[in-house]
Design a protein around this ligand. Structure first.
Ligand code: HEC
Ligand code: HEC
Ligand code: HEC
Ligand code: HEC
Length: 270
């Protein structure tokens, strides 16, 4: 059973209808300073000191507050700390900013493919990596939501019928994506000038913008370069999306995220 997780064909149609914005995002982007993502890991402790209060205020009111006081259906039996589900100041996994959650060992995700896609050939999607692996460590449902690696060990989650089973997100539950990602936006591939020239050489498909210089919507490490990851669209601590916009959204409105990378003007009149 496939969940309607960002069914992009329907969404793309919506995107195509937004003819008003043209290439505005590209122009705005050039004015905004490019915030590099690569030094993130090195600077994490400093960032943490500066940002943790703001981040804490943000996360607490979202469904990523999985502590006993969390607002969503998924919560711990008695863990009161909010950040600990994902981060720890000690003994962190080297994979990401002081990461504290077990990483799923699952590898054979079913990836998005279409015959206009240039990023990879049919059946040739590179393995999911980077920050997307962090998200999937809860969202693919293969390991427990409370499966932390720090000194405290696994956090006991409240059992909620049809939502949490053996501590894991169950198929059909809110947030469950599973391992079939073919209905979602492609992730974990390199997005660079080569890809842009390949795609933009064709007339009848929506072109890509380049370079990507936006404050909110960024490229993240993948396959030895930079590309699209879950975190390009979602901000796991809250984000800027208003009511009715996708959850944990990097921008105030749905289209604003897509238009950072996709050049809508290339499709007008088609
Ligand atoms: C191109 C942008 C984009 C990327 C990349 C992306 N998402 Fe989403 N996501 C969306 C949009 C839009 C929605 C809301 C609409 C929908 O569900 O179709 C959404 C909804 C969700 C939801 C809630 C809806 C549901 O089906 O339960 C979850 C959970 C989620 N995304 C997780 C992820 C994870 C994990 C990744 C990486 C594996 C990811 N997303 C990558 C755009 C994106
Ligand atoms: C559900 C998982 C999750 C929770 C809960 C969470 N984070 Fe994060 N955090 C992430 C991920 C994934 C990244 C890396 C991707 C990114 O930067 O968006 C990250 C990155 C960060 C960063 C560095 C990048 C940035 O956004 O500036 C800081 C600081 C941070 N988290 C602080 C916190 C604090 C403080 C809490 C608790 C209040 C918290 N996080 C809770 C998943 C989480
Ligand atoms: C520690 C486990 C964990 C990690 C790691 C995690 N999530 Fe979640 N996320 C959840 C759970 C559990 C829910 C559903 C909570 C509920 O509905 O009560 C959720 C919900 C969501 C939703 C839907 C929220 C809504 O309001 O409907 C989105 C979108 C999402 N996560 C994206 C992400 C992305 C992107 C990442 C990686 C950057 C990520 N998550 C990492 C546990 C996690
Ligand atoms: C961070 C950049 C980025 C963001 C944000 C982004 N995309 Fe993409 N998108 C890409 C890239 C790169 C590709 C791969 C294009 C290729 O390989 O031909 C892609 C592929 C797609 C495809 C598949 C195209 C095909 O030919 O099969 C669709 C549809 C799509 N994106 C829609 C969206 C929508 C809708 C949003 C907003 C919810 C969005 N994208 C946000 C960069 C992005």
């Amino acid at each position: 059973m496939k969940k309607p997780h960002h069914i992009i064909n329907k969404r793309e149609l919506k995107l195509l209808r937004v003819s008003r914005i043209m290439n505005l995002s590209g122009m705005v982007a050039k004015l905004i300073n490019f915030i590099k993502v690569s030094p993130l890991i090195v600077f994490f402790p400093i960032f943490a000191l500066l940002l943790s209060d703001t981040v804490l205020a943000g996360v607490s009111t979202t469904k990523h507050n999985l502590s006993v006081t969390g607002p969503g259906v998924v919560k711990a039996v008695n863990q009161t700390e909010v950040c600990t589900f994902c981060h720890t100041p000690h003994n962190a996994s080297p994979q990401a900013p002081l990461w504290n959650h077990e990483i799923s060992s699952f590898e054979n995700y079913t990836n998005y493919y279409s015959d206009t896609l240039k990023a990879y050939p049919p059946g040739g999607a590179p393995p999911i990596d980077g920050f997307s692996k962090l998200c999937l460590s809860c969202h693919d449902g293969t390991i427990g939501v409370g499966a932390t690696i720090g000194t405290k060990g696994t956090i006991e989650m409240d059992t909620v019928a049809n939502v949490i089973e053996s501590g894991r997100l169950r198929p059909g539950s809110p947030g469950y994506l599973g391992t079939d990602l073919s209905g979602g936006h492609p992730i974990s591939f390199i997005f660079d000038e080569t890809l842009v020239s390949l795609r933009n050489a064709e007339e009848d498909i929506m072109h890509l913008n380049w370079p990507i210089l936006d404050q909110d919507v960024k490229l993240y490490p993948t396959q030895g370069g930079y590309g699209v990851q879950c975190t390009s669209c979602h901000e796991p601590h809250g984000g800027k999306g208003g009511p009715g916009e996708p959850p944990f959204w990097r921008k105030a409105a749905y289209d604003d995220v897509c238009l950072v990378c996709h050049d809508i003007s290339s499709q007008i009149g088609h």
